[in-house]
Design a protein around this ligand. Structure first.
Ligand code: SF4
Ligand code: SF4
Length: 322
């Protein structure tokens, strides 16, 4: 136990140093240097502990169960940008719009479990602004979660076409916008002006002129060590995804059916890869589920992650994902 404690402190110290070095900033801390250092550290710890004690070590350190609910949700699967290697598989996704009634039930269920409080809910896709009932969805989510951050994550191009009633809803229901910037000529200055005038918080992420894509190659045969893969991954406990009454630890497992259908593959999702929100009694069950490796992690080759892929439009080739 004392050795575990020592390793945990060492790990947390290293992370603090690296995050400090990078500016202690949510975006900057997710940089290649931190990912790579973490992967190396996991590899070392794995050798020392033979994998036996890693789970305890990390679940008590890196992967603390969150006290409040956090999730992302695809309002649409398809997108009008179609970036190379999109890890929501949008370029190869058929048209899909979330069913509002179904989504409302899911929100009500999660609201009961969480007491109406959330840490962060991100409405995304695909491109969420393609959903024709985005206004209604915003109202549903805020009514279910009166407390906490609700954000729309978009690449922004459709914001300039939105009527003022849309911006009023965002203002009245305290919903923020995050723009992921891409080099596709979106007029961010104009969007910022509108957001300011309508008193809506807008966060611009990334550098459109130096956009890099990130790839976790999929191992089609699922031969990776799931525990190692999980601990090297930046997604667990960061980006759980809600899909039809189930919470998955990441978008890859949540939307792998899109990849399987398009490329005729069979990366299997089992009932241990998600938590069914209608079959649990407390938020803690979700929080602790999200801190543990899932069987599906065997399909992610986190040793071969690529961080520096130049932005381009997807050619819908399987090499973008493997
Ligand atoms: S903008 Fe986002 S959702 Fe759309 S294709 Fe690019 S990465 Fe995927
Ligand atoms: S399946 Fe596991 S290893 Fe793969 S991205 Fe999701 S959390 Fe990470």
């Amino acid at each position: 136990m004392r050795i575990q404690h020592k390793f945990r402190n060492m790990y947390n110290g290293l992370c603090r140093f690296l995050y400090g070095f990078c500016g202690v900033d949510e975006i900057k801390r997710h940089t290649q240097v931190v990912y790579e250092m973490r992967a190396k550290l996991v590899e070392k710890l794995f050798q020392i502990t033979h994998g036996q004690e890693l789970f305890d070590l990390y679940s008590k350190g890196q992967f603390q169960p969150r006290k409040q609910l956090r999730f992302e949700v695809n309002l649409t699967d398809h997108c009008n940008l179609n970036c190379i290697g999109c890890m929501h598989f949008s370029p190869i996704a058929p048209k899909y719009f979330i069913n509002i009634e179904r989504f409302k039930l899911d929100c009500e269920c999660l609201s009961k479990l969480s007491g109406g409080k959330c840490d962060q809910i991100q409405l995304m896709g695909g491109e969420p602004l393609l959903h024709p009932s985005l206004d209604t969805i915003c109202v549903i989510v805020r009514n279910c979660f009166p407390q906490g951050k609700i954000q729309i994550v978009t690449y922004g191009v459709l914001l300039l076409q939105e009527p003022s009633s849309f911006w009023e809803i965002l203002h009245n229901y305290h919903i923020e916008i995050i723009i992921s910037s891409y080099p596709v000529g979106v007029n961010y200055t104009e969007i910022k002006k509108i957001a300011e005038a309508m008193k809506v918080k807008l966060i611009l992420r990334g550098n459109a002129n130096n956009r890099k894509q990130f790839k976790t190659p999929l191992d089609l045969e699922g031969k990776q060590n799931k525990t190692k893969s999980f601990y090297k991954c930046h997604r667990p406990n960061n980006c759980p995804n809600l899909r039809n009454g189930k919470v998955f630890p990441c978008p890859i497992v949540a939307y792998i059916d899109i990849f399987n259908d398009y490329f005729k593959k069979n990366l299997k999702v089992s009932r241990h890869d998600y938590i069914n929100i209608y079959k649990i009694k407390s938020m803690d069950q979700i929080s602790s589920f999200l801190c543990k490796p899932i069987p599906f992690c065997r399909y992610c080759n986190n040793d071969a992650n690529e961080y520096d892929i130049d932005f381009s439009i997807s050619k819908k080739e399987i090499s973008e994902w493997i």
